[in-house]
Design a protein around this ligand. Structure first.
Ligand code: 13P
Ligand code: SF4
Length: 351
């Protein structure tokens, strides 16, 4: 990265001292991650944001829904900054509040809403988390989806899982003993989600038709190809991957799990990793004694995570030094209150 920008970022951080706390998601660029006070997956970063009451400014190097969650979990006096407002998430955009309210109306008319617990993946807007909090549900991340679903099935007999169909299906089928037939796919663009009343009544898991455009690109062919090319390779994937990819893989887990697994792997072992490329490249560099490769032949960055680059980070930090807060992310108090209920429920899950 540009040495001048590196020096400016370091100087701005030094000038701000403990007033600023920089959080970096594992999918961030190297040039940005070097300035993170803490790195993590979305669960760890949510906990870190909540645990920093002294930091006046939280600079969130990640995407919009993560910055919103940080704003909800921090005090009113703390300001959360997203260095580029265009850093959204295509998956989070796949569930819009009005669509979810329509789906809930459908379930209400069928008489099953009262027994349905809404569960939303962290990768959703504050509006959706607010809806979930208002309706007795919980937020989950890829680190705790099973625990969140176990809790949800203690509260009701059916779950509406938002917005990632893959995390919902993979967790229910591969970790909880549900069958594929227990899951139905609700398409918000079709009347009644494209489902019959009977399907909606019988389903245990109503999966929202959302997915991650990055993890969704890995296919069964990617797994078969790498097994052919690299005999003995271990295939390690994120649960946002398609069901057939996760089923064919050797191990599945959140980004934190992926990192720990690679760290614990014996020297000489070979790993094909199905997650975002910035993380896989860093893992490969950090473990030259192991053969770490990207699961697919094509490159696969998250384009919105990559929006946060060093020029944007320097700009946000230097503006803070000058006493100006740019790109602050705020959630309205009513939404924040209800979203916080669902986030606190997640943070209180056992284990
Ligand atoms: P985790 O950080 O929970 O592993 O999720 C991955 C992701 O896609 C974040 O946007
Ligand atoms: Fe969203 Fe996928 Fe990018 Fe994560 S990796 S921010 S889920 S598009």
């Amino acid at each position: 990265s540009d040495p001048d920008l590196v020096a400016r970022a370091a100087a701005a951080k030094a000038a701000l001292g403990t007033k600023v706390f920089v959080l970096g998601h594992h999918y961030q660029r190297d040039e940005v991650i070097q300035f993170a006070d803490v790195t993590g997956d979305s669960f760890k970063l949510a906990r870190e944001a909540a645990a920093r009451p002294d930091a006046e400014y939280i600079v969130f190097c990640g995407v919009h829904f993560m910055a919103e969650s940080a704003d909800i979990l921090t005090s009113d006096a703390q300001k959360v900054i997203l260095p580029d407002l265009a850093a959204g998430c295509s998956m989070a955009d796949m569930a819009v509040l009005s669509q979810v309210e329509t789906a809930w109306d459908v379930l209400t008319e069928l008489g099953v809403a009262a027994d349905t617990v809404p569960v939303t993946y962290m990768n959703s807007s504050a509006d959706i988390k607010g809806f979930v909090g208002r309706n007795g549900g919980v937020v989950c991340t890829s680190s705790n989806a099973k625990r969140a679903l176990d809790w949800a099935f203690e509260q009701g007999s059916k779950v509406l899982f938002l917005p990632d169909q893959h995390l919902g299906r993979n967790t229910a089928v591969l970790e909880m003993g549900f069958s594929l037939d227990d899951c139905v796919l609700y398409d918000p663009h079709k009347p009644n989600g494209g489902l019959t009343a009977e399907q909606l009544r019988d389903a245990k898991m109503i999966l929202w038709r959302g997915h991650c455009s990055v993890h969704g690109r890995f296919t069964l062919d990617s797994v078969n190809d790498v097994r052919e090319r690299v005999p003995g390779v271990n295939v390690l994937v994120h649960p946002e991957c398609r069901h057939e990819v996760v089923t064919a893989a050797d191990q599945v887990g959140s980004t934190e799990y992926i990192i720990k697994t690679i760290e614990a792997a014996p020297a000489g072992s070979a790993w094909a990793v199905g997650t975002e490329l910035n993380l896989v490249r860093r893992l490969a560099l950090a473990h030259p004694d192991k053969q770490i490769m990207f699961l697919d032949k094509a490159v696969c960055y998250c384009s919105t995570m990559n929006r946060i680059d060093l020029p944007h980070l320097v700009w946000a930090l230097e503006e803070l030094v000058a006493g100006r807060v740019v790109n602050q992310i705020t959630v309205d108090p009513d939404t924040a209150h209800h979203a916080r209920v669902a986030l606190d429920q997640m943070l209180a899950l056992p284990g």
